[in-house]
Design a protein around this ligand. Structure first.
Ligand code: SD4
Length: 331
């Protein structure tokens, strides 16, 4: 219980603002614009992303500033992380499964609830762009494995080796013990989920990952599953997730966050309630991380996670900032 100081009983409650008490760091969220009283606020355009990924949000912001759509912004933004070989959780350079194969998952969703997804995609460095092609060029939502790869080639994507020497060496090291133990807040940049509102007030989202390191071959996480790793409803807002995907899928996490916002919760409250749902299902085994971020139609943002250490980047007319997320557990 040392770490598991459940702070819900703390005295951080803010009278009249939240129906349940605030927890670790949440006051900060409120101060940075997450108050559920948005009527006078106009923070659009805006982009937010899981983790501290300034290059990705910078790219998305430049698309929005040039009058680009939220859809273009999120695709271009997350491509920055997919291309970064030093980010070992996304795209090229991602950690492989336990057989040494890098398999990528990604999805994208637009203002009209169109969506596209690829799962278990190999040899293609930009799964998010393949997901967009699935959305725009096929009658389907999800393509998997070899079929997704063949489709990518048909759309002009090139075959690439995704396993870098660094990730290969780490995998070889891992094989000596071969213990599957997902690390909490690995490297402080993980799956990239990004949400944007453009100058027209339209919302889009993207989510891309190499999944859990050393997963069983064939495993697919939450990130390419619409409603789990990502969900957008232009009437309400959007949400995206990072962390152990199995837990996010079990609660259809991002859909839950958006539905909670539809019921009137602020992005911050909605993320917190969704994390609490996961916690209720797991009681005393909170040895994993989940983080949600969300945005509503007014451009208000929020984020909440289980373990401290998760953060999300916000880029709006008010500036470019990394926000440490409020967490359920204390440090
Ligand atoms: C997954 N949610 O595949 C992703 C991976 C992740 O921390 O976010 N890792 O389950």
């Amino acid at each position: 219980m040392n770490r598991r100081k459940f702070l819900e009983k703390s005295t951080l409650s803010t009278a009249g603002i939240l129906s349940t008490p605030l927890i670790a760091g949440e006051r900060q969220g409120l101060e940075s614009g997450n108050s559920p009283n948005p009527s006078s606020i106009d923070l659009k355009p805006i982009v937010i992303a899981t983790w501290d990924v300034p290059n990705a949000t910078e790219k998305a912001w430049s698309v929005l500033q040039n009058g680009g759509s939220a859809l273009d912004a999120v695709e271009q933004g997350v491509r920055i992380e997919e291309a970064d070989e030093n980010n070992q959780s996304v795209g090229k350079g991602g950690r492989p499964d336990r057989d040494g194969n890098v398999t990528l998952d990604a999805c994208i969703m637009d203002k009209d609830s169109n969506c596209g997804s690829v799962v278990y995609l190999q040899n293609i460095a930009h799964p998010i762009s393949v997901a967009r092609k699935v959305m725009e060029e096929t009658p389907h939502v999800i393509l998997a494995g070899k079929g997704a790869e063949q489709f990518a080639y048909s759309q002009g994507f090139e075959k690439e080796e995704l396993l870098t020497e660094k990730s290969k060496q780490e995998w070889l090291q891992w094989k000596k013990t071969a213990q599957y133990r997902p690390v909490i807040n690995i490297e402080n940049h993980d799956t990239i989920g990004m949400l944007a509102i453009d100058g027209n007030g339209d919302i889009a989202g993207a989510c891309t990952t190499s999944g859990m390191a050393y997963k069983i071959a064939g495993r697919v996480g939450d990130s390419p599953i619409i409603g789990a790793g990502l969900f957008v409803d232009n009437e309400v807002g959007g949400a995206t997730a990072t962390g152990v995907g199995e837990e996010v899928i079990r609660t259809v996490g991002s859909f839950l966050v958006v539905e909670l916002m539809r019921q009137g919760k602020s992005p911050q409250e909605a993320c917190r309630t969704a994390v609490q749902r996961i916690i209720e299902k797991n009681k005393d085994k909170l040895d994993f991380q989940i983080g949600f971020i969300a945005i509503n139609r007014n451009g208000e943002t929020g984020g909440f996670c289980i373990h401290p250490g998760f953060s999300y980047r916000v880029y709006s007319g008010k500036g470019h900032k990394n926000n440490p997320s409020s967490s359920y557990l204390a440090k």
